[in-house]
Design a protein around this ligand. Structure first.
Ligand code: BG6
Length: 277
């Protein structure tokens, strides 16, 4: 079952409920801001300060960073512009009683051409079931080559950041954005301070463990993973976040970032896919 709903200010979202799970997806940014499995706590974290304003990014859930991850490209907003643009809902399919699939699409607009002069088709296919699958397909409809960095900027809801262990990134190189240097990850990741890293060469599942559960994050079309928690001081400065919110989430972002950027010639497509289970 699904419903197209809106908040009092007219901000539209789709509510999905099936026998295995439920989800809420904003048309703005094709942004999943709630995903739950039956009889479980939320998988995704959503800031209590999220006020769902048009053209303002939602803090939490799965923001799409597209066509840029990060802020290296000064001609575009940090993390690109898709997260604040209105997608069109193309299709909702109830595959079976415990599985619902949605397709949302964004095309270039006059507004997007002003900051990024490309004709494109961006499709987000979301499968809501006992697991969550996200597929983001970019097609270059332009005549010139397109350079792409991107991410599913997933905010995971955790029991407490001090309980969190991330497995599967051992022996991977990472770029540490806090000190602008590269390192190798020796052990499983635990959090005792701010972490802002881009891991490279990741081809296997990343596992998030806390007191409550273990979540596996497996991607294709991507070999970079961003791990981020703002910790105490940055959290106080961040928009849309309460001062102690850093304790409640960790971001593990399946990406095409840094050396893992994509170049798409005219007519070419690229798909980034992530399975969370
Ligand atoms: C992460 C970056 O992906 O996103 C951080 O690594 C950044 O540096 C964070 O602070 C949040 O970004 P934003 O634009 O949503 O505030």
């Amino acid at each position: 079952m699904y419903k197209l709903k809106s908040f009092a200010n007219g901000f539209e979202y789709i509510e999905v409920q099936n026998t295995a799970s439920s989800a809420k997806i904003a048309l703005q940014g094709a942004h999943i801001f709630e995903y739950k499995r039956e009889r479980e706590e939320d998988i995704l974290w959503l800031s209590q300060e999220s006020d769902f304003q048009k053209t303002k990014a939602i803090r939490g859930g799965v923001p799409l960073c597209w066509p840029r991850f990060g802020s290296l490209d000064k001609s575009l907003p940090q993390h690109g512009f898709a997260r604040t643009m209105l997608f069109e809902l193309l299709e909702v399919k109830e595959i079976h009683e415990g599985k619902t699939q949605l397709i949302l699409e964004l095309r270039d607009t006059k507004e997007s051409r002003e900051i990024w002069d490309f004709s494109f088709k961006l499709q987000m296919k979301i499968t809501i079931a006992k697991s969550l699958t996200m597929q983001l397909t970019t097609t270059n409809l332009d005549t010139k080559e397109m350079f792409l960095t991107q991410a599913f900027h997933t905010y995971f809801n955790v029991s407490d950041i001090s309980d969190v262990t991330i497995k599967g990134l051992q022996n991977r190189h990472y770029f540490d954005a806090l000190v602008d240097e590269e390192f190798t990850q020796n052990a499983e990741i635990r959090f005792t301070q701010e972490v802002d890293r881009v891991y490279q060469g990741v081809n296997a599942a990343v596992v998030l463990e806390d007191k409550r559960r273990s979540i596996s994050i497996k991607s294709s079309g991507s070999s970079s993973v961003v791990v981020w928690n703002p910790w105490i001081e940055k959290c106080k400065r961040m928009s849309g976040m309460q001062a102690l919110a850093y304790k409640e989430f960790v971001c593990i972002e399946s990406a095409n970032a840094f050396d893992d950027f994509k170049s798409l010639k005219a007519g070419e497509s690229h798909r980034l896919e992530t399975l969370i289970c």
